[in-house]
Design a protein around this ligand. Structure first.
Ligand SMILES: Cc1cc2nc3c(=O)[nH]c(=O)nc-3n(C[C@H](O)[C@H](O)[C@H](O)COP(=O)(O)OP(=O)(O)OC[C@H]3O[C@@H](n4cnc5c(N)ncnc54)[C@H](O)[C@@H]3O)c2cc1C
Length: 427
């Protein structure tokens, strides 16, 4: 990736500016952020008519490439991160490049499977947005999520995995013994086995003006790209480990208030984070509270929170709220009913599947699903998206490795019966 230096010129509270910074940070790309505060600065530095010019933010890559208000896909293409699949078909296709997908990629490729990974947003998944992972074995001083993702990506690529960033799997089909998956860009990926490692997506607050302030003061996730540039009072919503890490990260230079719905943090937070939060004077924890209203014009200016038992409300002036309240599994690419999920939407696999509901259809050979295999033969689920998985980086990485070993068993079981020299069915 030798694209040269990246400089982004934009105004404060610009949603696209945040998306670009977040995307580059999570993909471990260094960049310089130049915040424009007057029309004159915008004219001189970005050569646009003023701060309100819709062509902002401007991304300058290397000596000559200028992208005005680029979409993330345009940016990924300019940085040469998005390339079409190299081969007509693969042994293993992996959707999602979080810890589960990256681990599956490096095991799959190192064990001789022709492996492709398709990642919608940024390599590293949720872990990539984490300011510091302290409980991953082998890193006694902790490691940033972005650095862990960068290392895993390099390792997987060195071992031969192909990784496409900016590709989104939107539907899949099991036909003639092949897994056929379609990307939002219209391309088809054919593979003999597939691993779904699409993780979870942040839950929304469900507030009236949420959309008005999305990425203009209201952010989902821990905001690891923002800690250096956030000024004033930062509000974190949530009481789990991700919220705790975000609070500690921002507390280095901002006053932080955590709005926590539960009675206390000790039930939801790891002990080491709890101790640090208690020792950090710039963090205030308000338990039994919830965020109820957002105010502002162009960008967020203040919020109201409510005490859940007394109903009393209070306001905080803040331009930065980070919401870390967990999420829901990302399975919207699957046909309803074909992929069997639990009531919360997590993918059922192996012995968690009701075998009587699998008879017939695609399960004509009467075998039981392998461990981690879903209701679709040859499609495995790994990491946070899987029912009953442990929501941790190490567990997701372990899941990815195990899913590859199960994929080997599946490929051995079907090799001579279905494939031979066969090619995927025509499109
Ligand atoms: C802020 C934060 C801090 C955390 N801190 C820690 C910690 O300190 N220690 C710890 O052990 N765990 C931590 N966790 C939890 C840990 O990050 C997750 O358990 C882990 O990332 C799950 O990995 P995964 O690969 O299953 O899914 P994810 O990390 O969610 O990755 C899934 C990937 O799939 C991609 N994707 C989704 N849909 C599609 C699609 N249709 N097509 C292509 N790609 C798709 C997503 O863009 C994403 O990159 C933290 C989580 C958060 C949010």
């Amino acid at each position: 990736m030798s694209h040269g230096r990246i400089v982004i010129y934009g105004r404060a509270n610009c949603a696209r500016g945040y998306e670009v910074r977040d995307f580059l940070t999570r993909n471990c790309s260094d960049y310089e952020w130049v915040e424009l505060s007057t029309d004159g600065e915008a004219q001189r530095q970005a050569e646009v008519s003023g701060l309100a010019d819709p062509r902002l933010p401007l991304c300058v890559i290397g000596q000559s490439s200028k992208l005005y208000c680029p979409s993330l896909r345009e940016l990924a293409m300019a940085l040469e991160w998005f390339k079409g699949p190299r081969y007509e078909h693969y042994d293993l296709a992996i959707f999602g490049a979080g810890p589960a997908g990256l681990s599956a990629a490096l095991y799959g490729a190192s064990e001789g499977l022709r492996t492709i990974v398709i990642e919608k947003t940024a390599v590293g998944g949720q872990a990539g947005s984490t300011s510091k992972i302290e409980n991953y074995m082998g890193f006694p001083d902790g490691i940033t999520g972005a650095e862990l993702a960068k290392r895993a990506r390099e390792q997987a690529q060195r071992l031969g995995a192909e990784i496409i960033v900016g590709g989104e799997g939107i539907s899949g089909e099991h036909r003639d013994g092949w897994q056929l998956s379609w990307l939002a860009s219209g391309e088809q990926i054919a593979s003999k086995a597939t691993i779904c490692a699409t993780g979870v997506e942040y839950s929304r607050l469900g507030l009236e003006r949420e959309r008005d302030f999305l990425n203009r003061g209201l952010y989902y996730g821990a905001g690891s790209s923002e800690a250096e540039i956030c000024k004033g009072h930062v509000v974190i919503v949530g009481g789990g480990n991700s919220a705790g890490q975000a609070a500690l990260n921002f507390a280095r230079q901002s006053k932080v208030t955590m709005l926590v719905r539960g009675e206390c943090l000790k039930d939801t937070l790891s002990a080491y984070l709890l101790e640090r939060i208690e020792d950090t004077a710039s963090i205030t924890v308000l338990t039994r509270t919830e965020l109820v209203e957002l105010y502002g014009n162009e960008a967020l200016e203040s919020i109201t929170y409510r005490h859940v038992t007394s109903g009393e409300t209070a306001d905080i002036e803040t331009q930065n709220v980070f919401v870390c309240i967990g999420g829901r599994p990302r399975t919207d690419w699957a046909k309803p009913g074909v992929l069997h999920c639990d009531p919360a939407g997590y993918v059922l696999t192996g012995s968690d599947l009701d075998r009587s509901s699998l008879s017939g259809g695609m399960w004509t050979d009467g075998r039981a699903p392998f461990f981690m295999e879903t209701s679709i033969p040859g499609l495995f689920a790994a990491g946070d998206v899987r029912h009953n998985s442990t929501k941790r980086c190490a567990a997701a990485a372990g899941d990815g490795a195990t899913a590859v070993s199960m994929a080997h068993q599946f490929l051995r079981s079907v090799k001579y019966r279905r494939y031979g020299n066969a090619r995927p069915p025509s499109r």
